[in-house]
Design a protein around this ligand. Structure first.
Ligand code: DMJ
Length: 679
């Protein structure tokens, strides 16, 4: 395994760009001081985080914020005195735990009819001696939940792409496996400082992972989870080597980056379509892009336009511009359609780059197109205003066509336009839409706190209004959790809205700020409808993702509190004894109907966002990084001389429709008889 620094790296002469371009060195396993494994030092992009982490991990720290433990497979077979043997200690410890839990009421029947799981956290005191909430302690509970899931996965499905906590088994998605769960979890383990778990994962990557498989994979999912997971692992491990420290790569080698580049060089075949729009799938063995088997061969718009952060960061790391050009071209082809008010239909054809149908929504197949508009702008430190323009246009379109209010209590919702923007609004929201409020807040402040952003000369009334919209939508997303019997939101929630649906800004009631889950007759509940077929919960992250952004930006503690309630609902209703946490087939009954599957984004996103929500602000500061759509953090960077925005928008009218430009009149060429007969 080796990784060579590419020749065409950006210039290092501009000291202002030095911090970002140090990543080129990181590609070769070197830090800015020229040595692998040394501290990133004062020049690191996340200096604040590094400083704090150093304090915590230098061995003198007393805060019990992180715990780490050896994984079971590595147990020594050497005989030890009886009292030191793990099983005996484990048995006695377990017995003690059960006694403590019994006296704390952990086995009492829940008032709503369910039975509390042995994973409940009843014994946890939750407050500091002075009465304040113990947020570090709460964060530690998230680490414990991660460890339970991970330990169960290690025991029952190690190396498998899928994990079934109830049947205690797993399955590969490809002949040799993709490392689906392992790679998606790498950076969470780093942030939680779970060294032994990370070592095991790295060993698997090193010994067992190969992309050389004759296998079709989904272009988008593989990019956001696998490429994104490897790139963020590279980023955190090189920038913060003290997080879950593992033995360094040999000089000139970089396990994460090499695996990432190998994968990217296979995925890039997806872009070899007539239009440049990537095919939905790609064979990573034969390196061939493959159109979708359904939807007339069309790709999802969100899938085609949610690859940019990953390939652009890889381009920056390696200096290979082709990655950049391929993903940037997608944005141009989409924009050349001249959609109305910045809102894109959810399918498009790789054959000609045109949209299929008129269905517009911010749920499945539409969602992260919008997310990556603003994040592309932030990734390159605001040097590409074209993406801010697209975001601003799209958000105005959302307000104009998709925002409305519920009938009795006036919750703000984002509806769908399945038959085009002129046809009626469908008042339903996928859970996926709940990424939006966090992204709106992030766009408004750029990742600064609201208090900081308001002091900027660039702050406008529009930004203020955007923050209000973000707050209202977060409130609605939270309500979709409070509505359900388990406190865990459904996959899809429908709403009762007046007919015709009121436009954005119309007068509407203010929804109650306190929503009591056990008040079944509460007026606000009349606005919500969850159909049986939509009542599943697959451990999705979008609401806690928005809570995290809203907490960091507004500093309103209610977002942390709501997150804590949600986290408790996950612990209480999704735990499988001795086997971590699972999805629910029906989250609207107590006890819930369990579904035998743990999603990789439970570890990559949901638990990571809970962890970040309860963390100090300088753990991944929002104004220094971008999180990809799978919650994998990448650094923001300057483009340097190698990269630039390689396209411009075509002229269009105020609705977004392309203005057909008349061919510039060609002046009559005077007859030049001297040239006659020449080729
Ligand atoms: C994740 O893979 C990503 O967040 C994606 O953008 C949407 N779907 C899941 C989580 O719900």
């Amino acid at each position: 395994m080796s990784f060579t620094v590419p020749r065409n790296v950006p210039s290092f002469t501009n000291s202002g760009r030095r911090g970002a371009e140090d990543h080129i060195w990181a590609a070769a396993g070197m830090n800015s001081r020229g040595s692998r494994g040394g501290p990133a030092g004062g020049g690191g992009i996340l200096h604040g985080v590094q400083g704090r982490m150093e304090g915590l991990f230098d061995g003198k720290a007393t805060l019990p914020m992180y715990k780490d433990k050896p994984y079971t497979y590595a147990a020594s077979r050497r005989m030890r005195p009886l009292w030191r043997r793990k099983r005996v200690v484990g048995f006695l410890g377990g017995l003690l735990l059960l006694v403590v839990m019994y006296f704390n009421g952990a086995f009492q029947v829940d008032k709503r009819g369910g039975k509390q799981s042995v994973w409940s956290i009843k014994g946890f005191t939750d407050s500091l001696p002075d009465g304040r909430v113990d947020w570090n302690g709460r964060r530690q509970q998230v680490v414990a939940a991660f460890e339970r899931s991970w330990d169960a996965y290690e025991r029952h499905a190690w190396g498998k792409d899928q994990f079934f906590p109830i049947s205690k088994g797993g399955k590969q998605m490809t002949p040799k496996g993709m490392g689906w769960i392992i790679i998606d979890s790498l950076d969470t383990m780093m942030l939680m400082n779970l060294t032994s778990q990370l070592s095991h994962a790295r060993e698997w990557l090193d010994k067992s992972l190969t992309w050389d498989q004759d296998q079709d994979v989904n272009t988008f999912e593989t990019t956001i989870r696998m490429l994104g997971g490897l790139l963020s692992a590279h980023y955190l491990s090189t920038e913060f080597p003290d997080l879950a420290p593992v033995p360094p790569d040999a000089p000139g080698e970089d396990l994460y980056l090499e695996k990432a580049k190998d994968l990217a060089d296979r995925l890039i075949a997806a872009f070899e379509s007539p239009s440049g729009i990537p095919y939905a799938s790609v064979n990573i063995g034969t390196r061939e892009g493959l159109p979708s088997h359904s939807d007339g061969g069309a790709s999802s718009t969100a899938e085609a336009a949610t690859l940019q952060l990953e390939f652009k960061y890889l381009a920056k790391l390696t200096g290979e511009k082709d990655y950049w050009d391929k993903v940037e071209k997608v944005m141009q082809v989409i924009d050349d359609n001249g959609v109305q008010d910045g809102l894109v239909p959810i399918y498009l054809y790789p054959a000609d780059g045109k949209f299929r149908g008129r269905n517009v929504r911010l749920g499945s197949r539409g969602d992260s197109y919008y997310e990556y508009l603003i994040k592309q702008y932030l990734q390159t430190n605001g040097a590409e205003p074209i993406y801010k323009e697209l975001w601003t246009e799209a958000l105005a379109g959302v307000r104009k066509h998709l925002v409305t209010y519920t009938e009795t209590s006036g919750f703000t919702i984002i509806g769908e336009r399945p038959d085009g923007l002129e046809a009626p609004l469908s008042p339903k929201m996928d859970h996926l839409v709940c990424f939006l409020p966090g992204s709106i807040a992030l766009a408004a402040t750029g990742g600064l706190t609201l208090a900081e952003a308001r002091k900027l000369p660039t702050w406008t009334a529009r930004d203020e209004a955007d923050m209000r919209l973000a707050e209202e939508l977060t409130h609605t997303c939270w309500a979709t959790y409070k509505y359900m019997a388990t406190g865990l939101a459904a996959e899809i929630t429908h709403f009762n809205v007046p007919s015709p649906s009121p436009p954005e800004g119309a007068e509407h009631p203010t929804p109650p700020s306190v929503l009591k889950a056990d008040d079944h007759e509460a007026e606000w509940r009349k606005d919500f409808v969850v159909k049986r077929g939509d009542s599943h919960n697959i451990q999705r992250p979008e609401t806690v993702e928005s809570l995290f952004h809203m907490w960091r930006i507004t500093k309103d503690v209610k977002y942390r509190q709501w997150g804590w309630e949600m986290f408790n609902s996950f612990l209480q209703y999704t735990a499988v004894e001795g086997s971590g946490y699972t999805s629910l087939s029906n989250a609207n009954t107590v006890p819930p109907e369990l579904r035998d599957n743990m999603e990789s984004f439970w570890l990559a996103e949901t638990l990571k966002y809970f962890y970040l929500l309860f963390s100090p602000d300088d753990v991944l500061p929002l104004d220094k990084i971008v999180l990809n759509t799978e919650a994998h953090p990448f650094p923001r960077f300057d483009m340097g001389s190698l990269f630039s925005t390689g396209w411009q928008r075509k002229p269009r009218d105020s609705t977004g429709k392309l203005v057909v430009q008349k061919e510039a009149a060609v002046p009559e060429t005077p007859k030049d008889t001297k040239n006659e007969g020449r080729m």
